[in-house]
Design a protein. Structure first.
Length: 124
């Protein structure tokens, strides 16, 4: 398994959004979905506002792989379910990154439903 470089982590964490294109069963990429992402330690996480029932999340479960683009970086990634032990840290990262600018919106990624869809993006 490969990991993010410090430069990649810093650049992606500083960006507001990430484009995530999940892979279909045949390996082709779906259209990218623009979403918020956060860095916690050496990892990048995303969540579905609609939880595990969200269309992009359902599509991502086909192969658990995709491609992300953000801050001039393009990476193929594996989409791993986040360990439940990181949920509080991911919540805090979302609040810190987006809470002041988007106080009415950030709570949508802090619900129990959204937390269940937390994915760690692992470079491959």
């Amino acid at each position: 398994m490969t990991s993010w470089t410090d430069t990649e982590l810093d650049r992606i964490a500083a960006a507001d959004e990430i484009g995530l294109a999940s892979e279909r069963a045949d390996g082709s990429l779906r259209n990218p979905v623009t979403m918020w992402m956060v860095r916690t330690g050496d990892f990048i996480y995303v969540r579905s506002v609609k939880g595990r029932a969200g269309p992009w999340f359902i599509g991502a479960q086909t192969r658990h792989q995709g491609r992300v683009r953000s801050a001039g970086i393009t990476k193929d990634v594996t989409l791993q379910d986040a360990d439940p032990s990181v949920q509080e840290a991911v919540d805090a990262a979302y609040r810190d990154k987006y809470g002041e600018r988007y106080p009415g919106i950030v709570n949508h990624v802090l619900t129990a439903q959204s937390r269940e869809s937390t994915l760690r993006l692992v470079p491959r």
